[in-house]
Write a protein that binds this ligand. Structure first.
Ligand code: HSE
Length: 439
């Protein structure tokens, strides 16, 4: 039987999961593939750590560059992460004509255009299923299963840490810091939690998905990103009273010659399936012109779910090799390289959506008319107004929901309102995604 040799770079949490599947399930995988996929070498800076795996003598090395240059290695798996040595190793492997599997979303979001070009020029594939939503086969679904569709939109919960935190605040009344600490202890938060809570990890994933869905170059810098660190239990409570849940959503919509791509806390109605996605899981709704709405749901992080996605890529590359199609049978970024375009992302100020506003206002006559007067001057129409709760520090929360409004005018109006003498504190704005309320 054919033997395909694999080199693993980085044996941290996910790397260990990958090694475990490759070693413990070698017979199962070979029954399915018709070849043996054998883990030959594992490179890591820590050779002493007990990973619960029995590596044979000579399998472990500190020299990752030796692995990517080893003529016996057929497939390289990069599990180091970050944008430094991981990038150099991937490029070196590509230079040595080795296909590479990576889960490194930050690297792909920031340097993907160059890396995919280098892979194509060297006649190898760069596979990345595990870079977005862990175990969920989102890349394969968009690139292969939905190949007959024009993708119209993708709306999803792509960060388990944020969803865990928001679920904890919503369902248990936890405070933000405690919920974040729990997420970190459970091992799905990034090493630097600001990447999670400020929305950047979600943006990395949306940049990759948008490229695949619309045939555009990866464009991280133009994605609007707002995280969850300013979401308060009070706003989550108000949202509930209006029939909404607050989620950190990745929203991407095709507008033909432009794309909307934004990450921000969003209120969605209870009836929206994403509203019931609780805890550390991810979910993505994809709308295509043939399929209509479809949804993927599952663990977006963690050792074994992410390793499962890595193995699916390894097997794809092995099958290519066995069938003699060394690369390019399926275009890495879903479109033929010559068909990938620069499609602009609409600036956030040009977005039209619905809004929730909360003002800390003095409880006295004429206040509402002053606030709504400013909103009216900017053409922002109010759908409902609620003044609820007790007076705190001399002010009461005044909550308004808007009809469809242009972000640019909303920002100008809120800036003017915050300087009114009847308003204390910066107004709160949360965007609403409510198909039933599209007016
Ligand atoms: N920190 C990420 C999350 C892990 O919480 O979803 C996978 O990207």
């Amino acid at each position: 039987m054919n033997i395909i040799h694999v080199g693993l770079l980085g044996c941290g949490t996910v790397g260990t999961g990958v090694a475990r599947i490759l070693m413990e399930k070698e017979p199962l995988i070979s029954d399915r593939v018709g070849a043996v996929i054998r883990l030959k070498t594992v490179a890591d800076i820590d050779l002493e750590k007990d990973r619960g795996i029995r590596f044979e003598n000579g399998m472990l090395t500190k020299n990752a560059f030796q692995v990517v240059c080893d003529p016996e290695i057929d497939i390289v798996i990069e599990m180091i992460g970050g944008e430094g040595v991981a990038k150099d190793l991937i490029l070196k492997a590509i230079e040595h004509k080795k296909p590479v599997v990576t889960a490194n979303k930050a690297l792909l979001a920031n340097h993907g255009n160059a890396l995919f070009k280098a892979a194509a020029q060297n006649g190898v594939d760069l596979a990345f299923e595990a870079s977005v939503c862990g175990c969920m086969p989102v890349i394969k679904t968009i690139r292969e299963s939905l190949v007959g569709n024009r993708i119209q939109s993708m709306i999803g919960i792509l960060n388990g840490t944020c969803n865990y935190i928001l679920s904890k605040i919503t369902n248990d009344g936890s405070v933000f810091e405690a919920a974040l600490a729990e997420a970190q202890a459970k091992g799905f938060a990034e090493a630097d939690p600001t990447l999670d809570v400020e929305g950047h990890d979600t943006a990395h994933k949306l940049a990759i998905l948008s490229a695949l869905a619309y045939g555009m170059e990866i464009n991280l810098p133009d994605i609007y990103v707002e995280g969850i660190s300013r979401i308060t239990p009070m706003d989550i409570d108000f949202a509930r009273q209006f029939g909404y849940t607050v989620k950190l959503l990745a929203i991407s919509k095709s507008l033909g010659n432009a794309v909307e791509a934004r990450i921000h806390p969003t209120m969605i109605p209870f009836e929206n399936l994403l509203s019931s996605v609780n805890g550390s899981v991810n979910a993505l709704t994809i709308t295509g012109d043939a399929v209509g709405d479809m949804m993927l749901y599952g663990y977006g992080a963690g050792m074994m779910p992410t390793a499962s996605a890595v193995i699916s890529d390894v097997v794809d590359l092995a099958r290519n090799r066995i069938s003699g199609a060394s690369r390019g049978r399926i275009p890495m970024l879903s479109y033929q390289p010559g068909r990938i375009r620069k499609i602009p992302i609409v600036p956030i100020k040009e977005i039209d959506t619905h809004y929730y506003f909360r003002f800390a206002a003095l409880d006295q006559p004429g206040v509402l008319s002053k606030i709504s007067g400013v909103l009216g001057n900017y053409g922002i129409s109010i759908k409902s107004v609620h003044q609820k709760g007790r007076k705190t520090n001399g002010s009461v929360p005044v909550v308004m929901l808007s009809h469809l409004a242009r972000e640019e005018y909303v920002i100008k109006a809120l800036s003017e309102i915050s300087s009114l003498d009847v308003v204390s504190d910066t107004p709160v704005l949360i965007r609403i995604e409510d198909e039933a309320g599209q007016d």
